[in-house]
Design a binder for this molecule. Structure first.
Ligand SMILES: C[S@@+](CC[C@H](N)C(=O)[O-])C[C@H]1O[C@@H](n2cnc3c(N)ncnc32)[C@H](O)[C@@H]1O
Length: 368
């Protein structure tokens, strides 16, 4: 079952809680920024091309992708000025997501993007930054051969191309890898991720020039053991618990609950390294990890109320999960489900504070 397309099926519902989710992703982009800047400097120390071609994969419909692109263009400009190097004359920017993505929402933000960029790097340079949308799955070819100098992706590559089929029979009562690990569930997820991430690397290796650079940020897990994972998987477990409540209240059928699994995989760093090494098109220049509070408001100010945090976290997860849940179960009980979910998260927060564990990797395409 190809479930990834339903990520965009319910755009209106996404918008209502997008703010929380966008805040999380922006926090992640800011925390990964140092690796991005170092990568630009490394790449630029050999000279930039006349037209710098870059892509953001899984750009979504919020403001983060253009914020990120502005960061890259500013970063290139500042580095060239500091080192007295020739900056690119032109930038060609490709924003990719699945075909159902609301690309128009992103395009409507371009006037503001150009106006900000003009303030940073001047009108002549900013008007030579050409933006276009590229609909399609990043597990397939998206660009011509040897055409990209720089690829970026944040919070997208942990989405699988499909739910592993084997899970239907073996993961009843769970929606992700449970704490007590039923035989085969972890393997099914890991094998799917290995196939998908290998395909992702292979496609990019065809599309990128030799020595082109790629920076990827993914949600991961902090331990090699998938069963004793204390990261955001708790949040998926609590979502399963809330769905279970809906079964108990007769709002959803047990068989529908049993046949739902998340198309996400949270890998650990060793797994990522092993896949990159075995695919063999890229070298790893940097690999760093960092945690982000699940209530991202805590990054700047301490939020006192567990209940307020519980609601905030529930809204963050709702923004991402609701389209998928609604497509599987129907959307009549979503408010009730996420009220219950906020309650379970609040209860959990009184015992421990879950974190999103993130992995950021900087890669160089090997010479052919
Ligand atoms: C959580 S959002 C991240 C958005 C943005 N990068 C940010 O940091 O704010 C993940 C995005 O990845 C996209 N995505 C998932 N699987 C994809 C695939 N196979 N090909 C292209 N985009 C995909 C989703 O549609 C979604 O817009």
């Amino acid at each position: 079952m190809d479930v990834v397309n339903v990520l965009h099926m319910n755009a209106e519902n996404r918008k209502c809680s997008y703010a929380e989710n966008s805040t999380l992703q922006k926090t992640v982009i800011l925390k990964a920024r140092k690796v991005l800047e170092e990568t630009i400097k490394d790449y630029g120390s050999h000279g930039f091309p006349q037209c710098f071609k870059l892509a953001d994969l899984g750009c979504s419909s919020g403001p983060n992708s253009l914020f990120l692109i502005a960061n890259i263009v500013d970063g290139v400009h500042a580095f060239c000025q500091k080192k007295n190097l020739k900056a690119p004359d032109e930038y060609q920017v490709f924003l990719n997501d699945l075909p159902n993505n609301d690309f128009n929402a992103v395009f409507k933000m371009t006037p503001q993007f150009y106006s900000n960029l003009e303030n940073e790097i001047g009108p002549e340079k900013s008007e030579k930054c050409f933006i276009c949308g590229v609909p399609g799955s990043f597990y397939k070819r998206l660009f011509p051969s040897d055409s990209l100098h720089f690829v970026h992706s944040s919070y997208s590559v942990h989405w699988l191309s499909q739910v592993p089929r084997e899970l239907l029979d073996i993961n009843k009562g769970n929606i992700y890898i449970p704490k007590v690990n039923p035989a085969g569930v972890y393997e099914a997820y890991f094998n799917q991720f290995t196939r998908d991430f290998t395909a992702f690397l292979h496609m990019r290796s065809e599309e990128m020039v030799s020595k082109g650079r790629m920076v990827l940020t993914l949600i991961g897990r902090s331990t090699a053991d998938p069963a004793c994972n204390n990261d955001c998987c708790h949040l998926y477990g609590l979502l399963a618990k809330s769905l279970h409540d809906m079964v108990a209240e007769g709002l959803i059928h047990e068989e529908d609950f049993n046949s739902f699994n998340l198309p996400i995989y949270t890998s650990c760093t060793d797994e990522l390294k092993a896949i990159i090494e075995s695919e063999n098109s890229f070298t790893i220049d940097r690999l760093e990890t960092f945690e982000v509070n699940c209530d991202t408001r805590d990054e700047n100010e301490k939020i006192k109320s567990d209940e307020s945090s519980g609601r905030f976290i529930a809204n963050t997860i709702r923004a991402v999960m609701e389209p998928m849940l609604a497509s599987h179960f129907g959307n009549t009980f979503m408010d009730k489900l996420f009220e219950r979910y906020a309650m379970h998260v609040t209860e959990h927060l009184s015992r421990e504070e879950p974190k999103y564990f993130n992995i950021v990797i900087s890669l160089t395409k090997k010479c052919k």
